[in-house]
Design a protein around this ligand. Structure first.
Ligand code: 13P
Ligand code: SF4
Length: 308
C-alpha cells in the first residue's frame, strides 16, 4: 500500500498496526516536544534536542524512528551510524538550519581567520562537519564557557540564541544572522497581551526568541527546561512553539497558555500518525549520509556530549 492508502485508515487501525510493528521489529520511536499530541503519545521517548540526541546513543534498538525534523534524525544517524534511522517525512526541514550552508560557513571561517565555530544542533550534518563543537539550547552557555577566553568564537546560525548566550557568558561572539521564524515572530506586544489575560502566570521562553521577549521572561530555557518549570508553577505562558503545550498536558494534565497561538512550526507538524505507520512498516525514509560527513560531524557532537 502506498502512503495515500494509509491516510484512509482510522486512528484505531493505525495505532494497532504501529503496535504490531513494534512487537515484530526492534525499533524505538523518539518524538520532539513540538510534535502533534498523537505522535508524542505514541512515542517511546519525548524530549528536547539534547535529550533525544543522548537517548539515540543509549537505546538498544536496530531502528530509530525520529518524529521531528531532518537535522534531528541526522544527529541520531551521526551518533549511531550502524543503526537504521527513519524519518516519516523527509520534507520536515528546519527554516533555521536552512540559513547556513557548509560553503557559507567555510567562507566565514576564512573571513574571520579561523575562529572556533560553535554550531547550534539546528544545523545540517554538512555544517556540523565544518564546526568545532555543537550546542543545544540546553547547554549553549556551558559550551561557550568551555572555550578558552582568548579564542575568537563564531556562533551559528541563530542570532537570538547567540546574543542570549553572549550576554549570559559575558563573552563577545561573532553571530551568524539566522533566525527561527516561529520564535522571531513573537513580540513584546504578545507578552503584554498574554500578561493582561493571565496576570498571575509565569512566562518562560525559548532563547530563540527576540531580546524584547526574553527581557520579560521569568525563565529562559530549552523545551525540556520549560516542561520541568511547568511542573513547579500553577500557571504558565510558553514563549515557544505551541506543541510544547501538548507535552506538558500529556505529562502533568496541565494547561498552559501559548504566548501566541500562531507560533506553529509547519515542518514539525508534517509528521502524522498515517506517515508514522507507513514509515515503520516500509522502513522509510532512511537517513543516508556520506561516511566522511558522519565522521567529521560526529566530533563536534561528541565534544558537546562530553561537556554536559
Ligand atoms: P529544544 O532543543 O529546546 O527542544 O529546541 C529545538 C528547537 O528546534 C527549537 O525551535
Ligand atoms: Fe527549526 Fe524553528 Fe521549527 Fe525549531 S521551531 S525546528 S528552529 S523552524
Amino acid at each position: 500500500m502506498d502512503l495515500r492508502g494509509y491516510t484512509k485508515l482510522s486512528k484505531e487501525i493505525l495505532l494497532s498496526r504501529i503496535e504490531d510493528v513494534r512487537r515484530k521489529k526492534k525499533l524505538v520511536i523518539l518524538a520532539h516536544n513540538y510534535q502533534r499530541s498523537e505522535i508524542q503519545r505514541t512515542a517511546d521517548f519525548r524530549g528536547d534536542s539534547l535529550d533525544l540526541a543522548r537517548k539515540a546513543t543509549e537505546v538498544d534498538a536496530e531502528i530509530i524512528v525520529f518524529c521531528g525534523v531532518v537535522f534531528m534524525a541526522e544527529t541520531a544517524k551521526i551518533l549511531n551510524p550502524q543503526k537504521k534511522v527513519l524519518i516519516p517525512d523527509s520534507n520536515a526541514g528546519c527554516a533555521l538550519a536552512d540559513t547556513i550552508t557548509s560553503e557559507e560557513l567555510k567562507e566565514a571561517k576564512r573571513k574571520y581567520d579561523n575562529p572556533v565555530v560553535v554550531s547550534y544542533i539546528n544545523t545540517y550534518a554538512s555544517v556540523k562537519a565544518e564546526s568545532d563543537i555543537c550546542c543545544t539550547s540546553a547547554n549553549a552557555v556551558k559550551v561557550i564557557d568551555s572555550i578558552p577566553k582568548n579564542k575568537k568564537i563564531l556562533f551559528t546560525p541563530d542570532r537570538n540564541l547567540g546574543r542570549y548566550v553572549s550576554k549570559a557568558s559575558n563573552r563577545e561572539l561573532i553571530l551568524w544572522d539566522g533566525f527561527c521564524y516561529v520564535h522571531d515572530y513573537l513580540t513584546e506586544g504578545d507578552v503584554e497581551e498574554a500578561k493582561r489575560e493571565h496576570p498571575s502566570a509565569k512566562l518562560c521562553c525559548h532563547p530563540e526568541c527576540r531580546e524584547e521577549v526574553v527581557a520579560h521572561a521569568d525563565l529562559v530555557t530549552s523545551t525540556n527546561g520549560m516542561v520541568r518549570y511547568a511542573k513547579e508553577v500553577d500557571e504558565l505562558i510558553i514563549g515557544t512553539e505551541i506543541g510544547l503545550g501538548e507535552r506538558i498536558n500529556i505529562d502533568f494534565g496541565k494547561k498552559v497558555y501559548p504566548l501566541n497561538t500562531n507560533a506553529v512550526c509547519a515542518t514539525m507538524k508534517l509528521i502524522t500518525l498515517d506517515k508514522l505507520c507507513w514509515s515503520i512498516e516500509n522502513e522509510k525514509y532512511e537517513i543516508r549520509l556520506d561516511d566522511e560527513i558522519i565522521s567529521n560531524a560526529r566530533e563536534p557532537l561528541e565534544k558537546m556530549l562530553q561537556i554536559v
